[in-house]
Design a protein around this ligand. Structure first.
Ligand code: FEO
Ligand code: CA
Ligand code: CA
Ligand code: CA
Length: 590
């Protein structure tokens, strides 16, 4: 039967085999791409043509591997919106042809730098409930790339931990990359987490932080050190360049001329994303995960309170909120029950309080730049890879998505299962529900319970919020969203390798008799990850960013043809290309 409510009632789909190269949606629904890799964003943007790699063209086109997504409706009639989306990483082997000269390969590498970062694109539609279309050449369209100038804010800005030969000020950083998830702030800006930044550098393995952040002196994953000396941190000139990545960035999508910022006050680690909660008294907290096996859950509490309204002075004030405040890391305790309906208490352990380091032997700047080291010292709880950490604005509860951790209880010298990470060799992941003491965003203690312990239906050790009826099989939860009723939507990344199913998008109520009743809404094409998601239930639209379809293919042998599906032998439309294009997709009725 149907599930959901209002304009978002649907018949759940059955789980889809991981080899299927299709986007599967419920019966009676349809999907359409809004933006695909290479779509021209500006009047002067060249048409998409990956057979001729061109960095300048890519800079004027939608980037690759969209992950975080939001669709901000900007007019009262619901016909205009801003699409805000990041471009986490690239896959050179399937994007561009092999090259025969060093000069051509240089251009390819420059194009991959331009395919990273962020896009802001204006959307229009003819009426509420109709599909959105993007507006080429619109005033607010913007691309941010691996070489756009950012301002570093907070106590680490200007410190000698972040200066380089090219930037003796330690305040002006070029580019953002590895941007994974994110969050939209109540003041209308977008946050994005710089996650796997280590993969872009060569570095001295003996330098401070290298081991803890996974920096090595091997050729980088992306090869940019071959065209730009700042990606080789082995020498003195750029030894600090890796210290300039791994932050939460803030972008103002309303002002295409604004300088995007990196906020050192929120610490430096493999930031998945950041999500803001403003509580009753205006206290502002940012919840954040470090997506690495056995790394930590963090909270930042702003020094200032949120000022409501859209006046220029309120806006100016709110744009400072993430530049100064207290930084905490989570420590959990609790009991492990046989059914994994675990619960317990926890503390937010301060790293920075009232503008000063509380970590023995570390200065304020050191805590912000080597945050993992600070959290190790303070004995935080090692987690099973925190991805999205997001407050439910209806209940105030915070949902912590732990995607998986194959090493728990397996790798020598590393922790075994505990109450909040209950399974050894955790391949399917789980979701923790946190209730702050006194419902306060600034609380230093909390209660928690396991909301979901994922896996194939009926598998030992799974738990679905107390629900004992049928559930959809789910593995490797990653990005989440809430609809207007407060129901939770979960996107997955990794189900093909853990349970042999395509990744997908799932809905689950958090309250009432249906709590834990998990159903599946869509499945993504072969080898893709489901990102975004965005749920506009009142007008019956769901949006996902389809990331890395066909990622194990090659230029000669592509494995996905999403989203255009030009049949073999057919005459492609002008500009069409036989290969996958990561894309933002909308799902609507009819
Ligand atoms: Fe880029 Fe944590 O996933
Ligand atoms: Ca991703
Ligand atoms: Ca993620
Ligand atoms: Ca992931």
């Amino acid at each position: 039967g149907e599930v959901g409510s209002g304009a978002l009632r649907f018949t759940p789909i059955a789980s889809v085999d991981d080899a299927v190269d299709a986007l599967t949606v419920p019966k009676g629904w349809r999907w359409t791409p809004i933006l695909r890799w290479g779509d021209p964003l500006f009047d002067d943007s060249p048409a998409f043509d990956p057979t001729v790699p061109d960095a300048e063209a890519q800079e004027r086109q939608f980037g690759y591997n969209n992950d975080y997504l939001d669709i901000l409706v900007t007019d009262r009639r619901g016909r205009k919106a801003l699409l805000c989306c990041n471009h986490e990483y690239v896959n050179r082997a399937i994007m561009f042809p092999p090259t025969s000269s060093a000069a051509l390969e240089r251009e390819v590498l420059k194009a991959t730098m331009a395919a990273h970062g962020f896009s802001v694109v204006e959307l229009r539609r003819s009426a509420t409930g109709r599909p959105w279309r993007y507006v080429r050449g619109a005033a607010k369209n913007r691309r941010i790339t691996a070489y756009t100038a950012f301002e570093l804010t907070g106590a680490a800005a200007g410190s000698d931990l972040v200066t380089t030969a090219a930037d003796p000020s330690g305040r002006r950083i070029l580019g953002t990359f590895g941007n994974c998830s994110g969050g939209t702030t109540p003041w209308g800006t977008i946050l994005s987490g710089e996650e796997n930044f280590n993969g872009y550098f060569r570095a001295d393995p003996g330098a401070r932080g290298s081991a803890r952040y996974g920096l090595t002196n091997k050729p980088s994953t992306y090869g940019w050190e071959n065209i730009d000396p700042r990606f080789d941190a082995t020498g003195p000139d750029y030894a600090n360049e890796p210290h300039r990545f791994g932050y939460i960035v803030e972008i103002d999508p309303q002002d295409p001329t604004s300088t995007p910022r990196k906020h050192s006050a929120l610490g430096r680690f493999k930031h998945e994303g950041a999500n803001i909660r403003v509580d009753r008294d205006g206290t502002v907290a940012a919840y954040m995960g470090d997506d690495e096996r056995f790394d930590y859950l963090y909270k930042f509490v702003s020094k200032w309170k949120y000022r409501p309204g859209s006046s220029a002075s309120a806006r100016r004030h709110n744009l400072r909120l993430l530049t100064e405040g207290d930084l905490y890391v989570a420590r959990f305790s609790g009991v492990q029950n046989p059914g994994n309906d675990n619960l317990g208490t926890g503390s937010w352990i301060p790293l920075i309080m009232n503008g000063e380091s509380v970590v023995p032997g570390m200065t304020h700047e050191e805590v912000l730049v080597f945050t993992r080291e600070a959290a190790d010292t303070m004995k935080a709880t090692p987690m099973d890879r925190c991805e999205d950490v997001q407050p439910n604005l209806q209940s105030g509860k915070v949902y912590v998505v732990c995607t998986n951790n194959a090493d728990r209880g397996v790798r020598p010298g590393k922790p075994g299962p505990d109450a909040v990470n209950p399974r050894a060799a955790n391949k399917n992941g789980h979701i923790v529900e946190i209730t702050e003491r006194g419902d306060s965003a600034g609380a230093t203690s909390f209660r928690w319970d396991l909301f979901m312990v994922c896996g194939d239906a009926g598998q030992a050790g799974t738990y679905f919020g107390g629900w004992t009826g049928d559930v959809a099989p789910i593995s490797c939860p990653d990005n989440i969203a809430f609809d207007s009723r407060g129901d939770l939507w979960i996107a997955t990344d990794g189900a093909p390798s853990s349970i042999g199913k395509a990744d997908g998008l799932f809905r689950v109520p958090l309250q009432g008799a249906e709590r834990g009743h998990l159903t599946q809404f869509l499945a993504v094409p072969v080898q893709a990850e489901t990102c975004g998601p965005v749920v506009h239930d009142t007008d019956g639209s769901v949006f996902v960013a389809v990331q890395h379809p066909g990622e194990d293919g090659s230029w000669e042998q592509q494995l996905s043809f999403f989203p255009d599906y030009v049949p073999e032998g057919a005459t492609p439309r002008r500009g069409a290309w036989r290969g996958p294009r990561p894309a933002v997709v909308q799902v609507t009725k009819g």
